[in-house]
Each structure stands twice: as C-alpha cells, then as structure tokens.
Design a protein around this ligand. Structure first.
Ligand SMILES: [Zn+2]
Ligand SMILES: [Zn+2]
Length: 273
C-alpha cells in the first residue's frame, strides 16, 4: 500500500495498492493531465532519490517562504507566517523531508495550516500529522479533498480568524472556496498572501485573476468585481503570490486598479484589436 502522489499537481492520495487511472485534481479543466500520460510517485520515493531539497528563505521579519528545488509539480511556495508566537503555514507543498521538519521545529513548529485552494493541498495531511496541527479549508471546496483527516477543519462563511492578526477571507473565483490570508500587522501596513487566487503578474504594478491558469480561462467580470470589493475592505500594502512574486507597495491600490482593467478588458472597453 502506498500513498500515491500525482507528479503534475502534487496531490497525495490515501494509501492504496494501485494508483487511480487519473488524478482527480488534474483531470478537471483548471488543471491538466500530463500530455505523456498520468504519472505517480510517492513522498518516500522522492526522499530516497536524494534529488530534492526545500529552500527556506526569510522574506521579511516574521515571514519565510518554503520551496522545493529542483522544481516539482505546480511548483508553488508555502509560507511560514510568525505572528505573536503563533506559526501559520500558508498553503502547502508536496515535498517534506527531515531537514525541513528540523528547520521548522527550530522556528517553533507549526500551529496551524491554512489553504488557499485545492491545487496546493498536496501532502497537507502528512504536514499536519508531522506537526500535530489543524488544517483550515473552506467547506465549499470539500469535494476536492482527496485525503480526509481528523486534522482538517472546514470553515464556512467569508471570514475565519485563525489567530490574532491572521485572518482568512474567502474570495471565491479560482475555486468557490478560494481564500486569501490577511496578515494584519505584517510588513508596513498589512500583508495579503494570495496563492494564485489573486495572481501577481510580471509587471508588479498589476495583478490578475483566472479560473484556470494553465488553460487560460478567465473569470466573469461580476466575479472579479465581487472579489475586488471584498479585498477593498482589508488594510494591506504588500501582496505575495505563491510563485515568488511580491507587490512591495500600494498593493491595495494595485488590486483595485487591476480589477478595473480586467473588467474593462472583458467588456471590450480597454483596447481595440
Ligand atoms: Zn494531479
Ligand atoms: Zn490554482
């Protein structure tokens, strides 16, 4: 029996003797099945290969990014946010080895894990068991959880305060339960961690929004308008996505301006081609 792990999205499945024919997360239109056919590995296999290592980088006081090298699956970063002696792991990555565990334990371990959306669930249950902490997932995305666990706490509504200064906000869009993390006292004026629910683009003066990134399917104008209005009530100046991109100043204005441009583009009012 093995806990098979999809090499395209990094989702781990409950122990079984043979893997599924196709990964449930990848066969859906927001992801894709490997064009060469579905491939599986296991966390043990990854560790034994000696090929991978997690790089932990201090992004700013109280914030560390954690990313696997070389690139694996979707290749997102997770973040460890330290707020008032509470350590929150924001989003998750598939690879977890003893060196990573030791380095996180040196920082005081993990008190809770919170997920932006199903593409990053990866080996979240393994992380929760290792650090003996709850996983917060919005109940609207429950159907996408492949590995159930008593560690999972399904939250509902539009807001969930995990600890002092650490609040989840459901924005929807990319997934129905898609959430961002508001680190209220982070940086100078608040930090928003968004996974790819709000995506930072190469031009850091802008962000974007998508239903599917790999398949380039946009969101409706009304959805982006609703997301921007929810974010407008939050106080923040910086924004981090899951792919090493950081809006360093005026991120609140950047989100509003980008939502306006996106909606104008969808309506055919932004450019004439
Ligand atoms: Zn997959
Ligand atoms: Zn995604």
């Amino acid at each position: 029996m093995e806990e098979f792990l999809c090499t395209t999205c990094g989702t781990q499945y409950p122990a079984s003797s043979t893997p599924l024919e196709e990964c449930v997360i990848c066969r859906e239109e927001r992801q894709y099945i490997n064009p060469n056919g579905q491939e599986w590995t296991t966390l043990d296999e990854m560790i034994c290969s000696g090929k991978y290592r997690n790089k932990i980088v201090s992004e700013q006081p109280g914030l560390f990014s954690i990313k696997t090298e070389p690139d694996f699956a979707i290749n997102q970063s997770a973040f460890l946010v330290e707020e008032n002696h509470f350590n929150l792991l924001w989003d998750c990555i598939p690879y977890l080895d003893q060196e990573t565990i030791d380095r996180i334990l040196e920082k005081g371990g993990i008190d809770a894990i919170a997920l932006s959306h199903p593409h990053y669930y990866s080996t979240q249950v393994q992380w929760a068991e290792t650090f003996d902490c709850p996983i917060y997932i919005h109940e609207d995305d429950k159907q996408w959880v492949q590995q159930e666990s008593d560690y999972i706490v399904y939250w509902s509504g539009d807001e969930k305060r995990i600890a002092d200064g650490l609040v989840l906000h459901r924005l929807g869009g990319h997934y129905r339960g898609a959430a961002v993390l508001h680190w209220e006292s982070g940086g100078a004026g608040g930090v928003l961690l968004t996974g790819d629910v709000i995506q930072v683009v190469p031009d850091r003066k802008w962000v974007s929004f998508m239903y599917s990134y790999p398949n380039i399917i946009p969101l409706p104008a009304s959805t982006v308008d609703r997301m921007a209005k929810k974010v407008d009530s939050l106080s923040f100046k910086e924004l981090y996505n899951a792919f090493n991109r950081h809006v360093k100043k005026d991120a609140d204005k950047v989100v509003q301006r980008s939502a306006e441009r996106y909606i104008a583009a969808l309506k055919g009012e932004w450019f004439n081609t």
